[in-house]
Design a protein around this ligand. Structure first.
Ligand code: C2O
Ligand code: CU
Ligand code: CU
Length: 423
């Protein structure tokens, strides 16, 4: 904490070397280390300042995915940090407790920078959540699970073209396992992969409890056996254990065998993600509370505008990203409905900066539990319209845009992105 009461973080993007099981070191990139970045953590109401230093030989940027903040602090393609330069965004955290993340967003280069290892979690806390009987002992019963897939070339180096990989890493580790010491564990799942959609479940078929999605806790826990996460999405789940077990968090072929999760998105694969090994004596954990965080539903009747976005062929509404074109002008402190449709056969994952939105409908039907809370990223099914609603509050800047885009990173890099300003 600095003299002005701000919580200060230092992040230095740098080159490194990591053992990723290739029989030789793999060249990786990391924040403050060889690979990935530290978990940042702040409380609602706190002012934060991050000193982002670019120790790479090329420009990068650092975007706070899921964070509600002024556009010039957002870390998108307009906030590039030159090699050797420092960028110091500051903002006040003002949103519910949630599992957010950070990653580079340089124009046209995001897939490469993320696949080389630049990503980390940004966990937000708040008072109401602190009072709930949820596992919250970081590293013991509250575990970050950053899931990424990688492919390696013949020299053991990362293939960074933005495709799916055949090796799953959790928090940068190959063949990971977790020693479980408590009866319940909260897993903060983050799909930080470039292109792969996962459908997570447990190897013995046991059910788990979904408690939160991208932007925070659900109003009530939801019992389920699979949770599908496309690139950029998060879920917080609680898994219950017995002593002396081995159970594996896996990714299964998606429930819907359709082109959304076709082979380019990895939707047909079964992959081991994280082995969970329980000890003989497990410390007791409280039952999952029946009520979590109330969510005030946004009212479509209050929307001042409905916009349509059609995704197809690396374009949105027939246009590729143009850094100098503003695609939408939103009025500050208004609510809008966005209708997003995809019209091609590949998987797309629609992400909006600045806001957490609510899903109104998927293909005309009410959203399933995993889409019923605060979201900033949503998987699109073919020929179905996903309707979302968001309130664009607090920050306005006519000169600096926010992004909306497909979070399949090579699609984003190829131009499947647009820009909006809030005025
Ligand atoms: Cu996770 Cu525009 O990004
Ligand atoms: Cu984002
Ligand atoms: Cu896409």
């Amino acid at each position: 904490v600095d003299g002005e009461g701000r919580r200060v973080f230092d992040l230095r993007a740098q080159e490194g070397r990591t053992d990723l099981g290739q029989g030789r070191p793999t060249r990786t990139w990391g924040f403050n280390g060889d690979h990935l970045g530290p978990t940042l953590r702040a409380k609602r109401g706190e002012r934060v300042l991050v000193n982002v230093v670019n120790g790479l030989a090329e420009p990068t940027s650092v975007h706070w995915h899921g964070m509600h903040l002024p556009a010039r602090m957002d870390g998108g393609p307009h906030q590039e940090v030159r090699p050797g330069a420092t960028w110091s965004p500051t903002w006040t955290v003002d949103q519910p407790a949630a599992t957010l993340w950070y990653h580079p967003h340089p124009h046209g280069q995001t897939a490469r920078h993320v696949q080389r290892g630049l990503a980390g979690m940004f966990i937000l806390d708040d008072e109401p959540t602190r009072k709930l009987a949820l596992p919250h002992d970081y590293g013991t019963d509250d575990i970050p699970v950053i899931v990424q897939d990688r492919s390696f070339d013949g020299d053991g180096q990362i293939e960074d073209g933005g495709g799916t990989g055949d090796t799953v890493l959790v928090n940068g580790t190959v063949a990971p396992y977790l020693d479980v010491r408590t009866e319940r564990v909260r897993l903060r799942l983050l799909n930080a992969s470039a292109a792969r959609t996962y459908s997570f479940g447990l190897s013995d078929g046991r059910r788990f409890t979904l408690i939160g999605t991208d932007g925070g806790l659900l109003p009530a826990p939801h019992d389920m056996s699979r949770i599908r996460l496309s690139p950029g999405e998060r879920a917080e789940i609680i898994v219950a254990f017995r002593p002396d077990e081995r159970v594996t968090l896996r990714s299964y072929p998606a429930d819907l065998d359709n082109p959304v999760t076709d082979r380019f998105g990895g939707g047909r694969d079964t992959l081991d993600v994280l082995q969970l090994r329980t000890e003989s004596n497990l410390a007791p954990s409280p039952a999952v509370p029946a009520a979590l965080a109330p969510i005030e539903r946004l009212d479509p009747g209050e929307a001042v505008k409905t916009r349509e976005f059609t995704l197809s062929g690396r374009q949105i509404n027939g246009k590729k990203m143009d850094m100098s074109r503003i695609d939408a002008v939103v009025t500050k402190d208004t609510t809008e409905v966005w209708e997003i449709t995809k019209e091609d056969g590949t998987a797309h994952s629609f992400h909006v900066h600045d806001v957490q939105f609510q899903v109104l409908s998927v293909g005309g039907a009410p959203p399933p539990a995993e889409l019923s809370g605060w979201k900033d990223t949503v998987l699109l099914a073919p020929n179905e319209t996903v309707k979302i609603i968001a309130r664009f509050a607090d920050y306005a800047d006519p000169d600096v845009p926010y992004m909306y885009h497909c979070h399949v990173l090579k699609h984003e890099d190829a131009g499947m992105m647009g820009q909006f300003v809030v005025v």
